[in-house]
Write a protein that binds this ligand. Structure first.
Ligand SMILES: [Zn+2]
Length: 235
């Protein structure tokens, strides 16, 4: 990360079983933060309730709730449990005052509807690894959500997503890797790592016709503005 000019990272929780390992990484490095949550694809682990999430989030390095959301691509059959779990996360976020990390795949309409019904705008957050349309981005931004782009935006065939990246204002944008998945070009197909977020920044800069430095400065400032708990560790 240091060699690539990447100064801070958020290590995102995907289930409760591995949460202690996520927290240990955040505790071990001043520039790494953690979130608390259970991914919509996780069907084997402990199901969190609001109190459980609020309890886990009560830590100085836990700066967000998630990742949560809806994923109708990977899960077959009745998906009501996903929507219930998503509501639980939004309620926990509102109780803690910490922002949400939201994953959505083939479920944009339900995701936005539940965000609205549960008043997710109160805490805001980020639509992570964004692959939806500009209209979905606009609706999320209206609810105080930032749009986060991953290595997908560097892929040659991701023309629609490149257009979305051109449209999303710099002040509402974050960049990420989604490690260990989705390594950006020139590492596509390899194991991803936080240091490679540099290549996402370079592609955003190219798309917007601005410097990589401008993208880096804006997304860093956005990170600390959104994840307020991280601001105290800025130095
Ligand atoms: Zn995700």
């Amino acid at each position: 990360m240091a060699a690539n000019g990447v100064t801070h990272a958020l290590c995102v929780s995907v289930n409760l079983e591995t949460f202690p390992a996520v927290l240990a990484i955040a505790e071990g490095f001043p520039n790494i933060f953690a979130s608390a949550g259970v991914h919509p694809d996780d069907q084997s682990g402990e199901e969190p309730d609001i109190d459980r999430l609020v309890g886990l989030a009560d830590h100085r390095k836990v700066v967000a709730i998630g990742e949560t959301g809806l994923d109708y691509y990977r899960v077959e059959g009745d998906t009501e449990w996903q929507r219930e779990r998503f509501r639980t996360h939004i309620r926990a976020a509102r109780r803690t005052g910490k922002p949400l990390i939201i994953h959505t795949r083939e479920a944009a309409a339900d995701t936005l509807r539940i965000m609205r019904e549960e008043f997710a705008a109160e805490v805001g957050g980020v639509m992570h690894c964004f692959t939806e349309t500009a209209e979905v981005a606009r609706q999320a931004m209206k609810m105080n959500f930032m749009i986060s782009f991953s290595g997908i935006v560097t892929f040659k065939n991701a023309t629609a997503l490149k257009d979305v990246a051109r449209e999303v204002p710099l002040e509402s944008m974050l960049i990420e890797t989604d490690s260990p998945y989705l390594a950006p070009i020139p590492f596509r197909g390899k194991t991803n790592q936080p240091a490679y977020v540099r290549f996402v920044a370079e592609e955003i800069a190219r798309l917007k016709g601005i410097s990589t430095q401008a993208v880096a400065e804006a997304t860093s400032a956005n990170f600390f503005r959104l994840f307020k708990g991280a601001a105290g560790f800025k130095g």
